[in-house]
Design a protein around this ligand. Structure first.
Ligand SMILES: Cc1ncc(COP(=O)(O)O)c(C=O)c1O
Length: 392
């Protein structure tokens, strides 16, 4: 055993999508052409105006630290976004700029919860949630969701979990990863009411807002002043590597979050903060990117069932399909490995999102370029012997 041994809290599960990516890259180094449907990363670059603003800022001078809570212009602009997009009034003082939404979760949990607190989250759900909770000494309370409720968590299920053993917080996302499911407005209102009445902290991950295909997204702030809302420039704004996100906190948590941020990160990246101001003006470009996702989604809706991948709830938003593959396998990790090696298509096994039931599910991302999604579907058709036209 090495000394010092790793801490117990570092024993978090690997993020399997990243492992699949590493295997795919290894095959690419051997000369294979791989279609990437494993990662939730926009195929498009950051908006042109964002990149131009970053170039200007680099030419003009030093990029120093920013204020721990974020550059005031950006905090004001984010606050205005709530008025523009949702008709919700948010004071800039409640906005904190973070290192992606990932940084926002760490700040929110540290500021709002003591060690050992129980946090409800869905299974399937975004794998990093449980890993962040584990690393911070918090206890995940998994709420199983299924196709019957269109993979949306309900207030009733949360109340039942709370009755069984007291929850200190609820963490949910709408649209969600890996299912693309959205919580409909009435249910979201009930969840917010339950949290307020029971004194449970609600953390609403709104990172996929802007990427919904049937109805507009609704912020938890519409129903609750106490909710902690987390968002990011990574998805709709196509700025994953800029590592920029934000949270909206209740007034009483802002100063604790500021103190934590001062010591944990000092500030979110200044260059990204300067450039991100322009992301809010790039609507035409970003809506064109979104129209591409909508076309890929329609193609997937049509073609996946023809391939035998017919057990899924049509996703409301984000850029994923979470498909039950029990008719092919009970070991989705092995299935995805074969799919990668034999068909040259990378996808993420469900065990990443649902440790108990994910062996029977696969997540396909359609965030990449449209032509790649089409090629991926053709390859899968060939692989499964369902008449496709692409060479492997
Ligand atoms: C649901 C969800 N939340 C949060 C994140 C983290 O994103 P970032 O830290 O880039 O904002 C992701 C990334 O895929 C996600 O899917």
């Amino acid at each position: 055993m090495s000394f010092p041994p790793p801490s117990r809290r570092s024993a978090v599960a690997p993020f399997i999508a990243m492992d699949v990516l590493a295997e795919a890259r290894a095959l690419e180094r051997q000369g294979r052409r791989i279609v990437h449907m494993e990662l939730g990363e926009p195929g498009a670059p950051a908006p042109q105006a964002v990149r131009a603003a970053a170039e200007r800022a680099l030419r003009e001078g030093a990029i120093g630290y920013a204020e721990a809570l974020g550059r005031p212009e950006l905090r004001r602009r984010i606050a205005r976004h709530y008025a523009d997009a949702y008709g919700a009034e948010v004071s800039p003082e409640r906005v904190v700029v973070t290192t992606g939404s990932s940084g926002a979760f760490v700040l929110a949990f540290l500021a709002a919860l003591d060690p050992g607190a129980r946090v409800a989250l869905t299974a399937p759900g975004y794998p990093a949630y449980a890993n962040i909770l584990a690393a911070l000494g918090l206890e995940p309370a998994f709420i199983e969701i299924a196709r019957e409720t269109r993979f949306a968590p309900t207030a009733a299920a949360l109340e039942a979990a709370h009755r069984q053993r007291r929850l200190q917080a609820v963490l949910l996302a709408s649209p969600a990863n890996p299912t693309g499911a959205m919580i409909e407005s009435g249910e979201l209102a009930k969840i917010c009411a339950f949290c307020a009445e029971a004194g449970v902290v609600l953390v609403s991950d709104e990172i996929y807002h802007g990427l919904s295909y049937a109805q507009p997204c609704e912020t938890a702030l519409t129903h609750s002043r106490e909710a902690i809302v987390v968002n990011s420039f990574s998805k709709y704004y196509a700025m994953t590597g800029w590592r920029l996100g934000w949270l909206v906190a209740p007034e009483g948590l802002v100063r604790p979050i500021e103190r934590l941020q001062q010591s944990l990160a000092i500030s979110a990246p200044t260059l990204a903060q300067i450039a991100a101001l322009d992301a809010f003006e790039a609507t035409a470009e970003l809506e064109a990117v979104k129209a591409g996702y909508a076309r890929s989604r329609a193609l997937m809706l049509e073609r996946l069932p023809q391939l035998g991948f017919d057990d899924f709830a049509p996703p409301d938003g984000a850029f994923y399909f979470y498909v039950d593959v029990s008719r092919f396998t009970a070991d989705s990790a092995a299935f995805c490995r074969r799919m990668l090696e034999e068909a040259g298509v990378a996808a993420t096994p469900g065990v990443d999102f649902d440790r108990a039931r994910g062996g029977r599910a696969v997540r396909f991302s359609y965030a990449g370029p449209e032509a790649e999604i089409r090629l991926g579907l053709d390859r899968l058709a060939n692989w499964l012997g369902k008449s496709g036209d692409a060479a492997l």
